[in-house]
Write a protein that binds this ligand. Sequence first.
Ligand code: ADP
Ligand code: MG
Length: 282
Amino acid sequence: MKDNMIKCKDLTFEYSQNNENEVKKLAIDGVNLEISKGEFVVVLGHNGSGKSTLAKHMNALLLPSSGKVYVEGLDTTEQNNVWNIRNKAGMVFQNPDNQIVATIVEDDVAFGPENLGIDPIEIRKRVDESLKKVGMYEYRSHAPHLLSGGQKQRIAIAGILAMRPDCIIFDEPTAMLDPSGRKEVIQTIKNINKKYGITIVLITHYMEEAVEADRIVIMDKGKVLKEGTPIQIFSDVDMMKSVGLDVPQVTELAFELKKSGINIDCDILTIDEMVNALCQLK
Ligand code: ADP
Ligand code: MG
């Protein structure tokens, strides 16, 4: 049994809305979830299902209304833990422009470790190393605002890597990017997981991105509706449709073929797998 990176126990969160009746909005409703060290977990769910609220609990940006969140065993509600938790679990958001603070790439990447009070020689080392990990080292003296969206997100990722986190939580990091930017960011995320063992929690709307995960968690109305491997999740086409989500196109095609009486597996996630399955039909 692997160690937990993140553990949510009976997590509930309500936003208090500032109106006369003190109406509260229940955004997370009794979530139990464990994420192991080194795991690549994708979180899917319709708009408003609580994904971003859940993500913000994973590095103590939000604190539970009830229940607990532990990051490497540290309780997020203990004030003394917050600094450590933020260093262990970094976050990358949707809009790269909101995450860039400096006018030169390497200064931007250095910003996090500078705030940690790290020695300048060590910072230099970390900045170079992080830029190399995201394939942006050649751009170290460029101006970030001139880069493409995908490159800006890779700079944002380098900035987090420079803090040497054990886990990175991505909240729709590709939502504002064009297809090529999306590809380079997902490749970077996969790489830092597989090569450097960093635990990844990725929130996305793109099913092709979810196919790559070790495990998928489906959120619906503030609850975890289902979790499983990509095959377990996507072969349940009815469940996915019931919460307003799509499955990868080839999976849907397999499902439709099966419904019309063709003997084909429904656990097809990629075009290659579909081609294989079709070629084996008798
Ligand atoms: P998702 O990321 O899955 O779209 P969110 O976590 O952003 O979902 O939102 C979950 C629920 O909480 C939604 O109903 C949303 O309207 C509500 N919510 C989100 N942020 C706030 C806020 N700052 N104040 C009040 N309600 C909020
Ligand atoms: Mg969101």
